[in-house]
Design a protein around this ligand. Structure first.
Ligand code: ADP
Ligand code: ZN
Length: 718
């Protein structure tokens, strides 16, 4: 008889503990089992077991009856010891449940066994003895078999004959082992020769004693080529390489370049379906894959011998998960690199303040590529929108920008127009009584979308018919304020009726493959002007783009968020970097209301360090990251009583702790739920985390409390 200790596969923090069951046989840790829990059957993960002599004696010691494990789900453990320890670490450092961490790490197919069909490991046949005498029927079947044939295909010819041939020792079956393919085979030899600067970066990374390097390379400086050369180096040593990218569908060129050079490569991202994700996961586990290019969650793939992790555009917000566990891929990368004794390469033209600060301090190796491959940075001009308004020009597309676009069209070049707001108009207001149309469930104004002719809540996605009359004063006087990408598209169509214009934002690329359809057409120069949100600011490398226009460039600065300046800086710098990447030098026209703001000044001079110094000065004065860590507690519930009780409980406990914190602040409602935030600040993260875990454990024992989520070093405070 064995006591089996398990985590039930429920991601709530309130069941984040080991539960004991018994079973007749021992069960290997990390297999899933089915158990009764609360009022129903559920899956659970075995963590540890111990043998006992007498169940009664055990139950007496524990003071309660033990239930029996209903059945063992898996033939093999679903995670390794490394993965188990990683999930434990993730849970501890993000203050989230072990199971939510495990679920984040695993493809859906491995999370529960209930819904998803799992393909068994494929079985193959090979012919091992041709000398044995066979009947004519047996020979006939044998003649149709060949090595490396799927066993299932062989059985389709004749199940009984194949069985007979196996029994006779003529044929044997085998599961595909991780076939070691020589690395020469998996690399194609069409690498560009590195420039002197690239070579220096390459050499410094390999010779550095530091585990983490930061490649601070301006846009178009050839970072990708360095990744590929480094990947080749590690593959030649028999190691695996992971390249993280912000979003797969926005990096068609990176994909093309990787495919061109390597054979054993997979792309792991959210557009794969569950079965595909499971299969790719399996391939990595089986050692079939040398290079993985993937988004955030690929950091958890079951590598065998990882040599290098590259995080491209390491500043990108997609590397932080905003639901629990709120982890940062960089931290996980470093944790995994320690396990494998691997290297981490962070790279960006606009590094995160944290990474750049660590690099300046010498904690990371600082590598630089300060020149573009074509040696010319784009020419940047800022248009002051106040002057534009004074001169009675359109402030959506200024006369100057209009002229530049015309110029591009005349020269058969291409333009990118960035506006980080989708929809037609972000606000619909009554001109008579001033009422703004709001979502019924959320505290946000409704956006008008002309494509679907509906009002849409950008918080919860709910749509509403556009009323004819103001719902309050019943006047027919609703007007649209502000503008989004849809309106810009309409204006550009009117200004340039013969140009081919396309829009790309979350509203029109929701379907699988629509990103790449648009980008492919842009690449083939079938589109003259591409309008889009921040989606089009990242990574694109199209040689024919000679103009980038950025509308309402400083809108992001209006947010009172501690990180607003950095996020705006990144967006403008990245977007500017799309212009003039090849032979023709590029132009960037930035339309803004505050040209004197230090973000715009640093963009004008393309000077990251100028921005960095001013921003760090502000961060230091306010002790925001990277000078300290933030711990955000978010409560949410549709019952305000639960919120009030929770707030009172937490405030009482937190007041006793020695950390700087703010009074709870009310956040806007979302989907009918009240939301509150408590923000804590401390230089050292570990003691803060430990103390909050203690409070959370007590919190979960209380009844009628609000849902609670912890986010450490959130990128936005809204
Ligand atoms: P980044 O990732 O730094 O923005 P890319 O890697 O996209 O820059 O490189 C910019 C352009 O320069 C690409 O078109 C790329 O093919 C080209 N390039 C990069 N390295 C080399 C090299 N060593 N020789 C020739 N062309 C290069
Ligand atoms: Zn809503």
């Amino acid at each position: 008889m064995y006591i089996i200790e398990v985590f039930v596969t429920n991601s709530s923090l309130s069941v984040n503990q080991l539960y004991s069951y018994y079973y007749d046989e021992d069960i290997e840790p990390f297999k899933r089992v089915e158990v009764y829990f609360a009022s129903g059957k559920t899956n659970a993960l075995v963590i540890k077991t111990r043998e006992i002599n007498d169940l009664k004696v055990e139950e007496e010691k524990l003071g309660f009856r033990l239930l029996k494990i209903l059945r063992v789900v898996d033939d093999e453990p679903i995670i390794s010891l490394e993965q188990y320890e990683l999930a434990k670490w993730l849970s501890k450092t993000t203050i989230s449940s072990f199971i939510s961490c495990l679920n984040t790490m695993l493809p859906k197919a491995l999370r529960t066994s209930k819904n998803i069909f799992l393909a068994k490991q494929k079985e193959y046949i090979r012919i091992i003895n041709k000398e044995i005498k066979l009947t004519s029927r047996q020979s006939e079947v044998l003649s149709k078999l060949h090595d490396e044939m799927l066993a299932s295909d062989a059985r389709k010819i004749s199940t009984s004959m194949v069985k007979k041939l196996i029994d006779l020792g003529v044929v044997e079956t085998y599961k595909k082992e991780s076939s070691y393919r020589s690395s020469e085979l998996s690399i194609n030899n069409n690498f560009k020769e590195l420039t002197k600067d690239q070579q220096k970066v390459y050499d410094s990374l390999l010779s550095s004693e530091k585990m983490v390097s930061l490649l601070f390379g301006v846009t178009g400086s050839g970072k990708t080529e360095v990744y590929l050369h480094l990947a080749r180096h590690y593959i030649n040593q028999g190691k695996e390489v992971l390249i993280l990218v912000p979003e797969i569908s926005l990096t068609p060129q990176m994909i093309a370049r990787v495919k061109e050079r390597f054979n054993d490569v997979i792309f792991y991202h959210s557009e794969l379906n569950d079965q595909e994700r499971y299969e790719q996961y399996k391939r990595v586990k089986d050692g079939d894959v040398k290079v993985v290019v993937g988004t955030r969650s690929s950091i958890f793939l079951p590598f065998n011998d990882l040599g290098l992790i590259i995080i491209d555009e390491e500043h990108d917000t997609s590397y932080k998960q905003d639901n629990s566990p709120c982890y940062l891929a960089k931290n996980v990368a470093i944790k995994r690199a320690m396990h494998f004794n691997a290297k981490v390469l962070l790279a960006s033209a606009t590094p995160s303040l944290d990474s750049y600060t660590r690099a300046l301090k010498g904690e990371y190796e600082l590598l630089k590529l300060s020149e573009r491959i074509n040696n010319t940075l784009p020419n940047i001009e800022i248009i002051n929108l106040l002057n534009v308004l004074k001169n009675k020009q359109s402030y959506i597309i200024s006369d100057k920008l209009k002229d530049e676009i015309q110029n591009v069209l005349d020269n058969h070049k291409q333009a990118i127009i960035l506006l980080n707001r989708r929809g037609y108009s972000p606000i619909v207001k009554c001109a008579s009584c001033g009422t703004t149309l709001m979502c019924n469930d959320c505290d946000v104004p409704l956006n008008y979308h002309n494509d679907i002719k509906l009002l849409k809540c950008h918080q919860c996605g709910r749509t509403y018919k556009l009323p004819k009359l103001c719902p309050k004063c019943k006047e027919e006087s609703l007007i649209y304020y502000g503008f989004g990408t849809e309106k810009v598209e309409e204006i550009l169509h009117n200004l340039f009726p013969s140009a081919s214009i396309e829009r790309m934002d979350r509203d029109n690329v929701s379907k699988k493959g629509s990103h790449s359809r648009i980008l492919n057409r842009f690449e083939r120069q079938e589109i003259d002007i591409l309008i889009g949100t921040q989606m089009i600011a990242k990574g694109l490398d199209y040689p024919n783009v000679t103009l980038v226009g950025i509308l309402n460039a400083d809108a992001g600065l209006a947010h009172q968020d501690y990180n607003a300046a950095k996020l705006t800086f990144d967006l403008l710098m990245q977007a500017s970097g799309r212009s003039g990447r090849a032979d023709t030098s590029g132009k960037v026209i930035i339309q803004a209301f505050n040209p004197d703001h230090y973000v715009l000044k640093s963009i004008l001079n393309q000077d990251y360090d100028y921005f960095y110094n001013i921003e760090m000065n502000y961060r230091s004065k306010t002790s925001y990251p990277p000078y300290s860590h933030l711990l955000e507690i978010i409560l949410d519930d549709n019952n305000i009583e639960h919120i009030n009780k929770s707030l009172a409980f937490l405030e009482e406990k937190i007041n006793k702790l020695p950390y700087k914190h703010y009074r709870p602040s009310e956040l806007g409602k979302i989907k009918g739920n009240y939301r509150y935030r408590i923000l804590m600040i401390n230089k050292q993260l570990n003691p803060l985390i430990n103390d909050i875990w203690t409070i959370i454990d007590e919190y979960l024992k209380e009844n009628k409390m609000a849902r609670i989520k912890i986010d450490i070093d959130p990128l936005y405070l809204e």
